[in-house]
Design a protein around this ligand. Sequence first.
Ligand SMILES: Nc1ncnc2c1ncn2[C@@H]1O[C@H](COP(=O)(O)OP(=O)(O)O)[C@@H](O)[C@H]1O
Ligand SMILES: [Mg+2]
Length: 293
Amino acid sequence: MRCTIETHELTKKFALQKGFTDFFLHPLAKDEITAVEEVNIKIEKGELFGILGPNGAGKTTLIKMLCTLISPTEGTAYVNGYDIAKDSGKVRESIGFITADERSFYWRLTGRQNLKFFASLHNFYSYDAEKRVDELLSLIGLENRADDRFLSYSAGMKQRMAIARGLLNDPAVVFMDEPTKALDPGAAQNLREFIRERIVKEQRKTVFLSTHHLGEAEQLCDRIVIIDQGKIKVIGTIGELKSDLHKPNPTLGDVFVHHTGKEFKEEMAEHPQSGRRRMVHGMHGGRMRGMRF
Ligand SMILES: Nc1ncnc2c1ncn2[C@@H]1O[C@H](COP(=O)(O)OP(=O)(O)O)[C@@H](O)[C@H]1O
Ligand SMILES: [Mg+2]
């Protein structure tokens, strides 16, 4: 029996576009960056699993591979028992993907109209769509504002809408890429409680969440993986990771320093190579059959 999420030596390399001079000086030299390197993780059903790392660590790349939005360069992974390369359609049907990007909503439509539109992409019949949209509006506590335009919503409400959209197909696994990134501290705190209480405890979803906030990882996650420059540094519960340090009152920041050899700054500078020009490689596009991201 496979775990809900399982990766085996999962690796992603991106080709980097060469500058004009580089191209003439070293025409044959390969210029690439390893965003995710030989990652092995196993996540059980119902876990709230966090991936913690500074900007540029490879969190989004890992999540995109697991959501089948980009293909791995090497290695394999299974989500809900389906191979992300061979059974990508089945993977997509069984997951929800939630980012902090609200631009993919229709700002002039109401919250309800938006959700109904996205439900239609999942091939819901109109009656079922209405029922599901009502259920989700109540789950996210937006019933009273459902008929207001999306543009009038606060950042926290927009993010809840993104969560509702990610749950339309009632997925067993929900991926969230830095869900509180664009929120003020109060709204971020509300959203964390909402994720833990309603999505994990009540709806019994498996949640794979990325964050670059120590406090968020500490407060939310059952287990975390610390990732830096594409590589896993350590995996465990926060309690285990702290007690392994054998020092009084350790913090998660201490755990990070211990395993990476550097301080964790909440807004750490991007990966040294990340400022270079990017070339999108192996993208399937931002729209998947039956789902829109
Ligand atoms: N399409 C791409 N082309 C080239 N490099 C990329 C691309 N996407 C991400 N990268 C690089 O891969 C590394 C990991 O990025 P990312 O997964 O976005 O990190 P995180 O989400 O942890 O901030 C970074 O150095 C980033 O610049
Ligand atoms: Mg990211």
